[in-house]
Design a protein around this ligand. Sequence first.
Ligand SMILES: [Zn+2]
Ligand SMILES: [Zn+2]
Length: 337
Amino acid sequence: MKTVCLKQPGDISLVDVPEQRREPEQVLIKVRSAGICGSDIGAYKGVNPLVSYPRVIGHEIAGEVVEVADDEQEFKVGDRVILEPYVYCGKCYPCSIGHTNCCENLTVRGVHIEGGMAEYVSHPRHLLHKVPAGIPWHLVPMAEPLVIAMHAVQQAEVAAGQHVVVTGAGQIGLLAAQYALTLGAVPIVVDPVDERLALARSLGVAHTVNPAGADAVAGILSITGGRMAEAVIECSGDARAIRGAVDYVSYAGHIALVGWPKGDIPMPTALFTKKELTVRGSRNSVGQFPESLRLIAEGKVNVEALLTKTVSMDETPAIVADIAAHPEKYLKVTCVL
Ligand SMILES: [Zn+2]
Ligand SMILES: [Zn+2]
């Protein structure tokens, strides 16, 4: 079967491998669509220390069930499913308290184990979710970045009526802002690229701030009537945005850090104490796939607006290389098989 494989950083191609068989306790899926994510680009560039090579990429994977165990009750051949790609151990401390998203022994498809950009994939049955009818294949993989965004919004304990600053208007930021809207919160999207802010406004975000062109703190102060934002979702990983979050957040506010910074970021921890901030990391997601799929199916979150293009599997190696070289040209690309 065909796979999209990184032999080593910078070397991506279609590679033929023996056809995947169904593993015990698992479900065999014919892959129909896959999202290309920032972590796939990081693996291509060789900047993700967790990736080993050669590696089949892809963790945003959807497809059709083609084979199940004899005693399988829930899934049947022909079901449309999306994979939850974070395979946890179930034994460590975070797993024991239900935080399987930050399992100490987490293996993620396309990172630690073979990804799903392949014609077939075998996946644990408890990490599959049925996809509602009506979401076309090329959009189904978007449910994965949406769960990442939803988890970050929940980590920041966003509630209706609150102002939520979202720093970074990439796919996660634009999904977090839309999810905040579904909760009745008021997102304020902060990003230095005006086109991204225009896209945010087209998705129903009333307030956007360009920190390159204006005093972002003054802008947020006026939007929030002097309070600042009760929550900040940091989605960029950018050092200035991470530092800015401490200024953008209100007293007694919540910050969720979902963007991965390149290095250590110095922080004014005295302000954490003075403002009594809650600062939380946000990694992967836990339990959010059914809601994410529902929000997409019901049109409550517009994922299509974030899609730059959809390509075939054959075109995927070249598009991964192009995204790595020209990231500004792309917001989201999915691949259909
Ligand atoms: Zn992803
Ligand atoms: Zn674990």
